[in-house]
Design a protein around this ligand. Structure first.
Ligand SMILES: [Zn+2]
Length: 92
């Protein structure tokens, strides 16, 4: 009986073999490294205003004063003046 063989052959050929249609999309995606260093370049150092306790940027500070070799930054000129009048009051 050759008929049985043909059927088997037809089934084998008709059988969908594992078609590799799936493209490798995952490998094409590139992870971009974010450049976070930009923010650090424009801004100054973060310091604490000794008068009001606010955290301010050294570059945006309204004034600064040096006391006992240390530099202090202030959010306003009036606070700078206040500090210079009595630095010990604001430094604990
Ligand atoms: Zn202040």
């Amino acid at each position: 009986m050759k008929y049985g063989f043909l059927v088997l052959l037809a089934l084998t050929l008709g059988m969908p073999t594992s078609v590799s249609s799936a493209t490798t999309e995952g490998t094409t995606r590139k992870d971009r490294a974010e450049t976070k260093s930009e923010a650090g370049q424009k801004a100054g150092k973060k310091v604490k205003d000794p008068v009001c306790g606010m955290e301010i940027d050294t570059k945006s500070a309204a004034g600064k004063a040096t006391y006992k070799g240390k530099t202090y930054y202030f959010c306003s000129v009036s606070e700078k003046a206040e500090f210079e009048k009595n630095p010990a009051k604001y430094l604990k």
